[in-house]
Design a protein around this ligand. Sequence first.
Ligand SMILES: NC(=O)c1ccc[n+]([C@@H]2O[C@H](COP(=O)([O-])OP(=O)(O)OC[C@H]3O[C@@H](n4cnc5c(N)ncnc54)[C@H](O)[C@@H]3O)[C@@H](O)[C@H]2O)c1
Ligand SMILES: [Zn+2]
Length: 386
Amino acid sequence: MKLNRVDVDLGPRSYPVLIGNGLISELGQIVREQGLKQTAAFVLTNRQVGGKHFAKVRRALEKAAFTRVVRHNIPSVESGKSWKNLERTCKKLLEEFPDTGSVPLIFLLGGGVVGDLGGFAAGIFRRGVAFVQLPTSLLAAVDSSVGGKVAVNFSGVKNILGVFNQPRLVVCDLALLQTLDERQLRSGVSEVIKYGAVCRGSLFAELEAGALKKLMARDPDTLADVVHQSVEIKARVVEQDEFDKKGIRNVLNFGHTIGHGLELSAYHPEADASEAPTHGEAIAIGMVAATHLAMKLGMVDETFDRRLRGLLAVAGLPATMREFRAQQAGGDYPDLHERIIRAIQMDKKFRDGKNVFVLPTGIGSWRQVENVDWGLVNEAVRVVLA
Ligand SMILES: NC(=O)c1ccc[n+]([C@@H]2O[C@H](COP(=O)([O-])OP(=O)(O)OC[C@H]3O[C@@H](n4cnc5c(N)ncnc54)[C@H](O)[C@@H]3O)[C@@H](O)[C@H]2O)c1
Ligand SMILES: [Zn+2]
């Protein structure tokens, strides 16, 4: 079996990310090789992912002398990433593992929602319990499982309650990604395009030259290469700015300022969650909006915009809300423009009323720009909402 390994070098908090096909069947052994000696396991997942893949995890752990494997589900939608579900998860942990002698190793089997909520629970339960990320969505594989940012949404603000908490190990079994539905696959592809667009021009060019088509067809070699490159890019960024204090980690937010605003604004608790844009769809639209800002500020020309939109089109990702509505049922939200502006004003990066945007300066490069004229921001939002 071909195995790719990326080491995230964070001194005492270093850990490897292992990427390969069929890795889950060797999970127990891999965990032992990392020196993790627990005999109890707590597997956080959801019905959808757990239904398909939990049995394999349990079998692999039991083979490596785990005597107890407890499963807990959270909802399989973004709204499940809530304080309420964090509380329920901690309650379940306490009920199942009431004394210090029985602290389990926590496994997070799922996409970014399971990984973000579970990593937070692992960080606060008994002041911190070791955990292992088992990403099952492409988005989690290329982005959220690496880097240690864990959080829940609260009071209508995305990721506002959270901590930095690095996993002890990330095991990415690419075979698990085969059961992802098409739309969720696209959502992860959006982050891959982001890496190419602002971090690594050669990746962008490879995607244009055919890798994106193969990725959409889940070609195993392409999947392995793209996940490997993406994790490498993310690891190098995180190593330079683990706690997001130096501005370096901001690069990962290309498309996320307006994208997050859209993601949160379009979400209605009463509505069918499948009608709201996924994280990746929102980020695709957010990247187009940010590119509009960069063009207006003279940082890139139309070529960047054309190439970005070209890749989004190959992936079937929307560049605008009009395209989103054409692809998905629903998508008509009242006061969306105003709500996006209000949501982006809550952005964690904004200070003293000054906005901060990560904008491209060419394919594979970027710069942070502060205090972008709000009239221009409004215009960029209008362009993608039209
Ligand atoms: N911590 C970070 O650094 C970071 C980075 C990027 C995104 N995020 C967060 O990640 C979340 C989005 O992650 P996501 O896109 O993985 O969403 P998700 O966790 O909601 O997963 C998307 C859907 O796919 C399903 N799914 C996942 N794996 C599957 C599989 N193998 N087979 C079948 N179905 C599967 C899930 O049940 C869910 O319904 C957002 O909350 C975002 O804020 C965090
Ligand atoms: Zn993202």
